[in-house]
Design a protein around this ligand. Structure first.
Ligand SMILES: [Cu+2]
Length: 434
C-alpha cells in the first residue's frame, strides 16, 4: 500500500516536473505557450488574440451569452463540456503549428455564426495576450447605444391575461396548449422557447376565492409533460406530479386540472416533468387567486404615501436564468424588457416569481418597496426593502408607490445578470415616474 502511494506521489511530482520544464521552455524560445481569450455569445466566437505564434496554445473561455455554449476543435478532437451562461472553461490545445477552426457544437449555433479561426503568425506580431478588446470611448459608445434602444420591440409578449370560458356548470375553464415556438428573447436573438399558448411566460390566470376552476392542458410538445399548481391548494390528484398523482401527459394528449379556489394565493403553474429543461425553456406562468391589488393595499395600510389608497397596477415579474431563454425578466432580455410607468402617488403591486435556478436580488432604484406577502401569504408586519432576494420557487409581493419623478432602473443586483462590457443586458428594466 505504502509503495503504491509512494509511486503515485512520484508520478504526480514527475508530471508537475514536466509541466514546469515546458513552461520554462517558453522563455528559452523553443516552445512558446500563448493564452488566448475566447468569448462566446449569441451567436459569436471572439478570439483575442486571433493570431498566435506556433507553440502551445491554451484557450481561456468565457460564455457571456445567455444560453449554454461549448467550444470545439473538430480537427483536434478537443472540446469543452457545455458552459453555462456566465461560466468559464479552459481548453488546452497542446502544440499547434497551423490554423485551427473552432465551433460551438450546440445544434444550430455554428450555423448561426459561432465559428472562429485561430491563425498562426510571427512570434512577435500579436503574442501579448490582452483583455482590452475596446477602448474606453468604444465601451462608452456601446453602452449608450444599447441604453438608447430600450425599450426595443421584439416579437411576442408573455403574461397576457387569459379570459376563461364559463361552463354551463359555472366552472371557469382555461385552455392551455404547450408547444415549442420561436421566441425572440432579445432583439434579433430567436430561440426555441417551450411555451403555453405561444407566449413566455404563459398567460396570466385570475380567479376569485370560491371559484371552481378547470385548466384544460393540451400537450403538443415532442415529449410528455405534466403541470404543477405551485402554491395553490388543490386535491392531491391535481398536484401534477407524474407518475405519482397522474400519468404523464403524452404528446397529443389532454389533461384536465380541476379544483376549487379555496384561499387567496399568488401561485405559479409550471411543468413538473423533465422540469429542469421544460421550465427554464419557458413552461411557466402566473395563477392568481383573489384581488391582490386590494389585499396588498390593505396590508400596506398607512405605510405607503398613495394618493387614493388604491393600487393602479398589478405586475407579474417572472424571473428566469437558464434553458434556451436564459437571464430574463418576463421572457425578455434588456433592451427588449418592458418598462413600467406610474405618476407620483400611484402604486403598483408587483409579484416576483422565480422560475429559474438561481436566487435573484431584485433592486428598484426608487427605494419605495413595501414587502407585503411571501408565497401568497400576507405578512403580519410588512417591511420596506429596496433589494429583495427571490429564490427559485419563491413569490414575493411588493407594493411600490412612486415618490419622485424620473427614470428609475430596476434590475437584478447580481451584476453579471444585468451588465456586460457592452452595456446593460438581461434582467434590467425601468420604472418611469411622471
Ligand atoms: Cu439575477
Amino acid at each position: 500500500m505504502m509503495l503504491a502511494i509512494t509511486a503515485a506521489v512520484v508520478l504526480v511530482l514527475g508530471a508537475l516536473g514536466v509541466v514546469a520544464v515546458a513552461k520554462g521552455d517558453t522563455s528559452s524560445s523553443s516552445v512558446v505557450t500563448t493564452t488566448v481569450h475566447a468569448t462566446l455569445s449569441e451567436f459569436k466566437v471572439t478570439l483575442d488574440p486571433a493570431v498566435v505564434p506556433a507553440g502551445i496554445v491554451v484557450i481561456e473561455i468565457h460564455n457571456i451569452g445567455s444560453v449554454e455554449h461549448n467550444l470545439s476543435v473538430l480537427a483536434l478532437g478537443k472540446k469543452t463540456p457545455n458552459i453555462l451562461s456566465m461560466g468559464t472553461a479552459t481548453l488546452n490545445l497542446g502544440k499547434i503549428d497551423s490554423a485551427v477552426d473552432f465551433i460551438c457544437e450546440v445544434p444550430g449555433h455554428a450555423e448561426s455564426g459561432m465559428k472562429a479561426t485561430l491563425n498562426i503568425g510571427a512570434a512577435n506580431s500579436s503574442v501579448t495576450p490582452t483583455t482590452a478588446v475596446m477602448t474606453a470611448a468604444q465601451m462608452d459608445k456601446a453602452m449608450e447605444d444599447v441604453a438608447l434602444r430600450f425599450p426595443e420591440k421584439t416579437k411576442g409578449i408573455g403574461n397576457q391575461e387569459l379570459v376563461p370560458k364559463i361552463g354551463s356548470d359555472g366552472v371557469k375553464e382555461f385552455a392551455l396548449t404547450a408547444s415549442i415556438i420561436d421566441w425572440e428573447v432579445e432583439p434579433g436573438v430567436v430561440v426555441k422557447g417551450w411555451a403555453y399558448n405561444g407566449q413566455i411566460p404563459g398567460p396570466v390566470m385570475h380567479v376569485n376565492v370560491g371559484d371552481k376552476v378547470r385548466i384544460v392542458l393540451k400537450n403538443e410538445l415532442p415529449e410528455s409533460t405534466s403541470m404543477h399548481l405551485h402554491g395553490i391548494r388543490v386535491p392531491n390528484a391535481m398536484d401534477g406530479v407524474d407518475p405519482y398523482t397522474q400519468k404523464p401527459i403524452l404528446t397529443g394528449e389532454t389533461f384536465l386540472y380541476e379544483f376549487e379556489a379555496l384561499e387567496a394565493s399568488v401561485g405559479m403553474y409550471h411543468s413538473h416533468h423533465n422540469a429542469q429543461v421544460q421550465v427554464p425553456n419557458g413552461l411557466a406562468g402566473a395563477l392568481i387567486i383573489g384581488d391582490w391589488k386590494d389585499l396588498a393595499m390593505t396590508a400596506a395600510g398607512t405605510k405607503v404615501a398613495d394618493t387614493d389608497g388604491k393600487a393602479e397596477q398589478e405586475v407579474m415579474m417572472v424571473l428566469n436564468d437558464a434553458g434556451t431563454i436564459g437571464l430574463t425578466l418576463n421572457g425578455k432580455s434588456f433592451p427588449a424588457t418592458a418598462p413600467y410607468s406610474l405618476k407620483v402617488g400611484e402604486t403598483m403591486v408587483v409579484h416576483y416569481f422565480n422560475e429559474g435556478l438561481l436566487t435573484h436580488p431584485m433592486h428598484m432604484h426608487q427605494p419605495s418597496g413595501l414587502v407585503v406577502a411571501r408565497d401568497g401569504k400576507v405578512l403580519d408586519a410588512p417591511y420596506f426593502a429596496d433589494t429583495i432576494n427571490v429564490a427559485p420557487g419563491e413569490r414575493w409581493t411588493v407594493v411600490y408607490t412612486a415618490q419622485d419623478v424620473g427614470v428609475w432602473a430596476w434590475h437584478c443586483h447580481i451584476l453579471t445578470h444585468a451588465e456586460t462590457p457592452t452595456g446593460m443586458k438581461y434582467m434590467v428594466t425601468a420604472l418611469i415616474v411622471k
